[in-house]
Design a protein around this ligand. Structure first.
Ligand code: GDP
Length: 457
């Protein structure tokens, strides 16, 4: 971190404004070499911190761009280092030219995520908050953004720190007692510790329980549409896509299958599986075979079963219905604009799931479908009142390890083992939790995490 880094922090496409960011000990030297104020008199190195200055960037005697320069001195900056942001014109060539000039004058190009990595290494953010920065950038819906913002504000850190502080107290207590048996009495202590361990384990379990919702918030609900030929699968898909077309995009961090599409309902994202299959073959079950359909259904978080209500149920329907038991599924009673050949009550009984009448042609039923999805996945609502959601797989894994270590402590207590046995597993739990916030993590892990960032962040 002795070096000064720079990168273009905005998107590499033509836009109104582009930002070149510089961070590190030489930031002020770099900018003073290339900045000239309008009158040419202002000394940019001497201006107060957290101020903005209008002027020009020069590459020696060549004028490069007209800019605004933000001067922010350490430590009150994102990275904790001296930082300069140059607002230049947002043309790709203009931004590149400004960056080149910066690089020629004492900075080196930043690696992806290096600004945030410095923020972490300088103690401005813990690791869970740094990861939240990526999540905020990648958020594709309201819930994802809210939960990432909570994490960025330190919600995960706070929960984890609290558990750790209770554990370290007892680790220290046991160590002291073993060192100094004359002044510490361990009679009855194991029972006391058992209660503490159980309480902390409960807290970890509570956090782990949020991870399922967390995954869905972050990656979307893996959804498959099933139904016999001509039931209206592609009509439903088009209806869903049509209403939400603007926000159908890739979600970073998920394994993107070329056959997946994303649909953004209000607040939640559906990650549609094999929509190409629906489009091209008009018949998923027939083309890919019942076995494959069954597999897909198994893999999905949600099954949307489209029924053609204008024709009696047939063996295709029976096959699909047999895939629905114990699954999260919604039955769409399609073509309500035609005369009915399927009894709705009977269908509800047979499938064991909510049946929503709809007509893809008349575009009815979609709102009810959205409501039902929220009911199924977030018990109707997701409130973010002091709620911590674990949305990160790495955090989940660490919590699970901590839970298992605490389980071992409980076992040792119950088996009447000597006290030093407790502290080994307590320490393991403490360290597992520490990995979430970046205490006691190796350099490799830090590099791995920050390499997932985009340039300039
Ligand atoms: P898929 O084979 O399940 O994908 O079915 P499609 O979406 O291609 O629909 C098959 C046929 O049913 C098409 O001619 C659609 O226009 C028609 N269809 C779909 N939904 C409705 C509906 O709600 N009402 C009516 N009347 N026809 C529909």
């Amino acid at each position: 971190m002795e070096t000064t880094i720079a990168a273009i922090s905005t998107a590499m496409s033509a836009s109104g404004i582009g930002i070149v960011r510089i961070s590190g000990p030489d930031s002020m030297d770099v900018i003073s070499r290339i900045y000239r104020s309008k009158g040419g008199k202002k000394k940019i190195k001497e201006v107060p911190t957290h101020t903005i200055h209008y002027g020009y960037i020069y590459d020696e005697e060549e004028l490069v761009d007209e800019v605004l320069v933000m001067i922010m001195r350490a430590p009150r900056t994102f990275t904790g280092e001296d930082t300069v942001e140059i607002d230049c014109h947002g043309g790709v060539y203009a931004m590149k030219k400004v960056l080149e000039t910066v690089l020629k004058n004492g900075a080196r190009i930043a690696e992806p995520g290096e600004f945030t990595k410095r923020a972490f290494l300088n103690g401005r953010l813990d690791l869970s908050q740094a990861e939240a920065v990526i999540d905020v950038i990648n958020s594709q819906n309201e819930y994802a953004l809210k939960s990432s913002m909570e994490q960025l504000r330190g919600s995960v850190r706070k929960s984890v720190k609290e558990i750790r502080s209770h554990l370290i107290y007892h680790i220290a207590y046991i160590e002291s007692a073993l060192d100094d048996p004359e002044h510490y009495d361990l009679t009855g202590y194991p029972q006391e510790l058992l209660e503490v361990v159980e309480k902390e384990q409960q807290e970890i379990l509570r956090l782990l329980k949020t991870a399922d919702d967390g995954k869905i918030i972050r990656e979307g609900i893996k959804t498959v549409i099933l139904g016999k030929p001509n039931a209206g699968k592609s009509s439903l898909l088009n209806l869903l896509l049509g209403e939400n077309r603007a926000i159908v995009t890739d979600i970073a961090g998920t394994t993107r299958d070329i056959l997946e599409e994303y649909i953004n309902l209000h607040g939640v994202t559906l990650r549609m599986i094999d929509t190409a299959g629906i489009r091209e073959t008009k018949d998923i079950v027939e083309k890919i075979g019942v076995e494959k359909a069954r597999e897909m259904a198994k893999d999905a978080d949600l099954i949307l079963y489209v029924v053609d209500s204008s024709t009696p149920l047939d063996e295709n329907d029976e096959e699909i219905i047999s895939m629905l038991s114990d699954r999260k599924a919604i039955v769409l009673y399609n073509k309500t604009d035609l005369s009915s050949a399927v009894d709705m009550e009977n269908l509800k009984e047979k499938t064991g799931h909510k049946v929503i009448p709809m007509s893809a042609v008349e575009e009815t039923g979609i709102q009810e479908l959205e409501e039902e999805i929220k009911n199924l996945f977030f018990s109707g609502n997701l409130s973010f009142n002091n709620e911590v959601y674990i949305t990160n797989a790495r955090h989940k894994e660490a919590l699970e390890e901590a839970k298992n270590s605490l389980e071992l402590v409980k076992k040792s207590i119950e088996a009447g083992m000597p006290e030093d046995f407790f502290s080994i597993d307590l320490m393991n739990a403490y360290e597992s939790l520490g990995r979430i916030i970046g205490e006691a993590v190796g350099e490799d892990l830090v590099n791995e995490i920050f390499s997932k960032f985009c340039m300039g962040k």
